[in-house]
Design a protein around this ligand. Structure first.
Ligand code: SAM
Length: 768
């Protein structure tokens, strides 16, 4: 067991009552461990349970019916509410349980094919948990499920414990799950051949430093996660249910398939000394894949449980070498390092990871000074704006006078940057600032007097209706939300276009919204905890993602990229019908819809959509929170966390599935809202038709006339070629031959769908 926070003071039991458990705990603390893991019961209990529960029955000819009858009576009394005997438990007092993680007997057969063994195992589990609860334990580890065929029995028993109000409601139940089980062992387990005498063992032991078995298959790597997923689902994502990930088996080199564990509530990582190999000097180290995996998982602060460290498996370093090595991995974890480096998004976001925040509504609400204060700390955003304005000024004729208007000036940071850009460009310019927040407007007046020598012409009011004395050559705004348009930049800038010259420039000139399917038990739990009604699950949130897994893989077949563009807004927009005041007659031109197809390489559970934006400010200057491009476009920008569109109910996606995501931006006279929906499909066969037959194609699509950012690849469906089907086409309903078929897609088998979220903006909307 590894203590993360340095040495701990020894525990002090009441005088004269020092027990072997106290001794073990104090030994561990003196070696810098934080706690110990101890089985709740011992062999005496195992023997009594077996003699009562496994041997009592009518199935075999009984040589001693009298003794059997007594045994059966004893078992029945125990089932009705028997207790442990004194020598059957390893801890019996509350002071012994301090700094102890309890381990439930791993011989319990909660998923035995034998119904009575399962029943008696469940009764025993409840007793052990009742004992742990009596001792006020914070966490107990449950034995791993071993039998896929009876995983529902296992999960139901765990759920019965979680919902048992007689047990402590603060005690975490952590299910031990091997990261994978070699095929051979799974095959054994899957045969249901376990008997009441013992479930099949899932762990193979091997000498240290040797590979235990051949490389795991994809099926191996998914099987145990699926068992965990079933348990979690049957237990309704109970927040007291967590995972003890067992890293006994050597990990595969590809980490892609392991990233699924990031989306799960991993409370402990179990690491036996036999999983370490000796380095050239004989010290224990982990193999590269395990090193990388652990370095990544350690950011979620699991407790690493080391076992067998005192058994001298390695020639050098002794017992202390194992925890020291784990601490070294923690220190060299890129995620932990990023969190500890000032100025990074990860360090700025401490305390906000996976925390749901309501998006700002700067149009409807007036922002607080503290809110401006937070985003004004961004070291990158304002530099990018200054750069964009500077470049736009340089592109203007040398001897011209440029009118710059900052629309939505807030407390003035962009105004200050515009003044700097004017100075640096040595151009003649007038700077206007429009702001509708009366409080921020006061700050603007003060700054104009104290800092800007009254060089800025301040205008108080809404940019959609205010009169501006002269038309602008450059309108600069920052009305962007995490999804680009979700703070109503399109609607506000439509109004501002009234005071822009015909050849004027908007900074930003365009912005795009992007989506990816996401799995996160933590976020699902957070949404469910907010309210049981539909509202919380139909509201987009701003979230700094941490314990999440993006489910989509690279483009494949009909499916597009891992993160895909939903839509784009450009300013100025030329095709809008205006009224006499120069305002759009309706807002319909700002409605959008997108239908995206994602490839899901590995099975997973969909909990929501991750949303991002990119903005093209001017020339080659942009802003991006797109996970694959943010570092090249605007590294270390802090102002925006991604957006999260939750799904009310988790949607299981099999490996190699396709996920169709539909999202709409809708509007009426008073508000704008999003609706979202998803459907999952499987390809029933590998098509023999060459992909070039015109089913669909991926093309490069630039996001604006003058793209500064790497181009976005979007999927564009071409016309269907009805004649190029597979020879197996008849086996499945053909979507190409049906009037209801989508014309461009090969036949697929539908496997699931979500509800339509937020119809009519019933749960969430943004006020105009
Ligand atoms: C996200 S803040 C940005 C403030 C500042 N430009 C910055 O980057 O620090 C958006 C600002 O635009 C203002 N705003 C939003 N809609 C507006 C509108 N229709 N007319 C005038 N100001 C508006 C808000 O009050 C807020 O101060």
């Amino acid at each position: 067991m590894v203590g993360w926070k340095g040495s701990q003071a020894p525990i002090q039991p009441p005088s004269g009552s020092y027990t072997p458990i106290h001794q073990l705990v104090n030994d561990a603390l003196s070696k810098n461990y934080s706690s110990i893991c101890a089985p709740l019961t011992n062999d005496a209990w195992k023997e009594r349970w077996r003699s009562m529960c496994l041997r009592s029955g009518f199935s075999t000819p009984d040589p001693n019916p009298m003794a059997s009858k007594l045994q059966m009576e004893e078992a029945e009394r125990w089932r009705a509410g028997g207790c442990f005997l004194r020598g059957e438990v390893n801890l019996s007092r509350i002071d012994e349980a301090e700094r102890v993680i309890g381990m439930v007997s791993d011989w319990l057969q909660l998923d035995s094919p034998d119904e009575r063994a399962r029943y008696d195992s469940e009764v025993a589990l409840q007793r052990e948990l009742s004992h742990a609860s009596y001792l006020n334990m914070a966490a107990v580890i449950l034995p791993p499920p071993r039998n896929r065929a009876h995983i529902a029995d296992y999960a139901r028993a765990v759920n019965a414990c979680l919902t048992n109000t007689g047990l402590s409601q603060y005690m975490q139940l952590s299910v031990r799950i091997p990261i994978y089980v070699p095929s051979q062992a799974v095959a054994q387990a899957g045969t249901g051949s376990s008997t009441r005498q013992g479930a099949p063992a899932l762990h193979t032991k091997s000498p240290p430093g040797q590979s235990i078995q051949s490389a795991p298959t994809e099926v191996d790597l998914i099987a145990t996660w699926e068992m965990w997923d079933t348990i979690k689902t049957i237990c309704e994502y109970n927040p007291r249910l967590s995972l003890t990930l067992d890293l006994t088996s050597p990990l595969p080199a590809s980490v892609d398939i392991l990233s699924r564990w990031a989306a799960e509530p991993t409370r402990h990582i179990f690491l036996p000394a036999t999983s370490f190999i000796p380095n050239t000097r004989g010290y224990p180290v982990l193999m590269k894949p395990a090193q990388n995996f652990l370095r990544d998982m350690i950011q979620y602060r699991p407790t690493v449980i080391l076992s067998g460290t005192e058994e001298s498996h390695h020639s050098n370093g002794g017992e202390q070498a194992y925890p020291q090595y784990i601490r070294y991995l923690e220190k060299t974890s890129p995620a932990v390092q990023a969190m500890e480096t000032p100025g990074t998004v990860e360090s700025f976001a401490q305390g906000y990871f996976d925390y749901l925040q309501a998006p700002l509504q700067p149009l409807m609400d007036n922002l607080q000074s503290t809110t401006y204060e937070v985003f004004e700390k961004d070291p990158v955003k304002y530099t990018k704006y200054e750069d964009a304005v500077f470049k736009a000024l340089l592109d203007r004729p040398k001897d011209s006078r440029t009118v710059i208007c900052v629309a939505g000036a807030g407390r003035g940071p962009i105004v200050a940057r515009c003044l700097k850009a004017v100075e640096n460009s040595k151009r003649d310019a007038a700077v206007y600032a429009v702001e509708k927040n009366p409080n921020a407007y006061l700050t603007l007046q003060e700054r104009n007097e104290n800092e800007w020598d009254e060089r800025v012409i301040l205008l108080y009011g809404d940019m959609r209706t205010i009169d501006v004395p002269e038309k602008a050559d450059i309108i600069v705004s920052e009305l962007l939300g995490s999804f680009g348009d979700n703070e109503l930049s399109p609607e506000c800038l439509d109004g501002a276009m009234r005071f822009m010259k015909p050849d004027g420039i908007s900074i930003p000139t365009s912005y795009t919204a992007h989506l990816a399917p996401l799995s996160s038990s933590k976020l699902y739990n957070e949404v469910t905890a907010m309210s049981k009604d539909v509202k919380a699950a139909e509201t987009p949130y701003v979230v700094m993602f941490q314990a999440v897994n993006i489910l989509s893989g690279p483009a494949q077949g009909q499916a597009g990229a891992r993160v895909q563009q939903a839509w784009e807004f450009e300013h100025p927009r030329k095709d809008v019908v205006l009224n006499a005041q120069g305002l759009p007659l309706t807002n319909t031109h700002n409605a959008r819809s997108a239908h995206l197809t994602f490839h899901i390489p590995y099975a997973g559970v969909l909990h929501g959509l991750a949303g991002y934006f990119e903005a093209h400010l001017y020339g080659d200057v942009g802003l991006s929170i797109h996970p694959e491009r943010k570092d090249s476009v605007s590294a270390n920008m802090l102002s925006w966390f991604p957006i999260f569109f939750p799904f009310k109910d988790p949607l299981y996606l099999p490996g190699k599935a396709e996920l169709d995501v539909s999202i709409w931006r809708l509007t009426d006279k008073r508000k704008v809202w999003y609706e979202w929906y998803a459907e999952s499909f499987l390809q029933p066969y590998i098509s023999t038709a060459p992909k070039s037959l015109g089913k669909s194609s991926a093309v490069s699509h630039s996001t604006s006339a003058n793209p500064p950012l790497p181009t976005t690849t979007v999927k564009v469906d071409a016309k269907a070629d009805a004649g190029s089907g597979s020879p197996m086409l008849d086996d499945v309903p053909s979507r190409t031959s049906s009037p209801y078929a989508s014309p461009a897609v090969e036949p697929r088998i539908k496997v699931g769908q979500t509800a339509l979220h937020n119809p009519g903006g019933r749960s969430s909307w943004i006020g105009l």
